[in-house]
Design a protein around this ligand. Structure first.
Ligand code: UDP
Length: 424
């Protein structure tokens, strides 16, 4: 039986925010897309998020059957993500107050995203007597094991909070088998309570299109050699690797300078916010400001046109639980050169739709990027594999599997209740 109404918790970032800057990224896209699909399958969705402006209404409609509830919890502005644990109680109180206004059983499942929401979901599960499904999206222990040089480690409060949520959730959703293994091996999750559910891609928005027109729209010459990075600008995403590789490529092939363009699309995030201009400074240090263009985040066709305009998309992240950008680029027919970390070996079919690079050394990245953009045969071969690979993923399929996970969570929840009754 499908749930009638799901309470989805996304405490620290709203699905209505523009992804690609600040705290908004793949998780926001994931929540919005799966909520839309759940509603189409007949499950209404109410997404609870923390209000970050006095202008936002208490309730907004994201799509038919999908509401966003902006819960007032702490000051609207100026709260850093690391300060949000101080607002868990206020946020939980707001969510419980909403539910109390309805008949009992208003929500029949709770799905929390990221550990902060997991803590609130845990309390809601206890109060409402419904199963808790949790998706971590990123894990502190994995992140800390793959830190970029100079990046700030995730605090102990997050590690402890994640361990508790992993322990409490009736079902955990992992993006890939790699993440599922991390949940089991690093966090002690019961393998039976972990479902691997790959995320999707919107194949209507992200589809091959006219490359020349896409380039013209971005003021790029039709014959340019275009490398691009799309995503939040933060040390973990390693856009600096692309800039260093570009400088190396230009040192090897000075003749490319006239034609080479590097697009960096996205805004600062997390520790990047401390030095929002760090990447511009690096471009200046590397003497490549003439080839690098920084563009603000964008959505829909405007984003698809960036993917279409590029010869290759670089995803040099130090860690990535999946990497939606890689999938979106391939759906647009553009090969990806990605770091062989986290979920990227699933998102990119190595040698078929792109190349995986083992490590972050400048020379390796210059080799890989150079081989794709300077060898027309290789680029054409990889481009030919992109769309088919991306088409294996869809938000509809993700949501079908989520509904299976919800059903398994319900069984686990009731089994736990029966066990507690017997042992009480
Ligand atoms: N994104 C966007 N506009 C931008 C840059 C990024 O909408 O200018 C979106 C992108 O389409 C993708 C998400 O942000 O869906 C980033 O997801 P990904 O999994 O690559 O990284 P995350 O942000 O989750 O670390």
């Amino acid at each position: 039986m499908r749930p009638r109404r799901a309470a989805v918790f996304s405490l620290h970032t709203s699905p209505l925010e523009q992804p690609g800057t600040g705290d908004a990224g793949g998780m926001n896209v994931y929540i919005a897309q799966t909520a839309r699909q759940l509603a189409e399958f007949g499950t209404e969705v109410e997404i609870f998020t923390r209000a970050t402006s006095s202008d936002v209404p208490p309730i907004a409609e994201l799509a038919p059957g999908v509401l966003v509830r902006n819960v007032v919890a702490g000051p609207f502005e100026g709260l850093d993500k690391n300060e949000l644990p101080s607002q868990l109680c206020a946020f939980a109180a707001g969510a419980l107050r909403v539910e109390a206004r309805h008949e009992p059983g208003h929500y029949d499942i709770v799905h929390s995203h990221y550990w902060l929401s997991g803590q609130v979901g845990w309390l809601a599960r206890e109060r409402w007597g419904v199963p808790l499904v949790h998706t971590a999206h990123t894990l502190a222990k994995v992140k800390n094991a793959n830190l970029a040089a100079g990046d700030t480690p995730e605090p102990r409060v997050r590690v402890l909070g994640e361990e508790q949520v992993v322990d409490e959730a009736d079902m955990l959703v992992a993006n890939t088998d790699f993440e599922a293994a991390d949940l089991v091996e690093r966090y002690g999750a019961d393998p039976a309570s972990v479902a691997t559910i790959p995320p999707g891609v919107d194949l209507e928005v992200f589809a091959p299109g006219d490359r020349v027109a896409a380039r013209a729209g971005l003021d790029l010459p039709a014959d340019a050699v275009v490398l691009a990075f799309v995503g939040r600008i933060q040390p973990l995403k390693a856009p600096d690797v692309l800039l260093r590789a570009t400088a190396e490529l230009l040192a090897r092939r000075p003749d490319l300078r006239e034609r080479l363009v590097v697009l960096v699309v996205g805004g600062p995030s997390g520790s990047g916010l401390e030095r929002p201009r760090a990447l511009q400074e690096l471009a200046a240090e590397l003497a490549i400001t003439d080839v690098v263009r920084f563009l603000p985040p964008r959505s829909g066709t405007a984003l698809a046109d960036v993917y279409r305009a590029a010869d290759v998309i670089a995803v040099p992240s130090h860690n990535e639980s999946f990497g939606l950008v890689a999938l979106e680029a391939q759906a647009c027919g553009t090969p990806v050169v990605a770091a062989a970390v986290g979920g990227l070996p699933v998102a990119v079919d190595d040698g078929v739709s792109g190349l995986l690079v083992d490590g972050h050394r400048t020379g390796q990245w210059a080799d890989a990027l150079g081989s794709v953009v300077l060898d027309p045969q290789l680029r054409a071969r990889l481009a030919a594999g992109t769309v088919e690979h991306a088409a294996r993923f869809s938000w509809r399929r993700t949501t079908e599997l989520l509904l299976d996970a919800y059903a398994r969570a319900r069984m686990a929840f009731h089994a736990r209740l029966r066990f507690e009754e017997v042992t009480a």
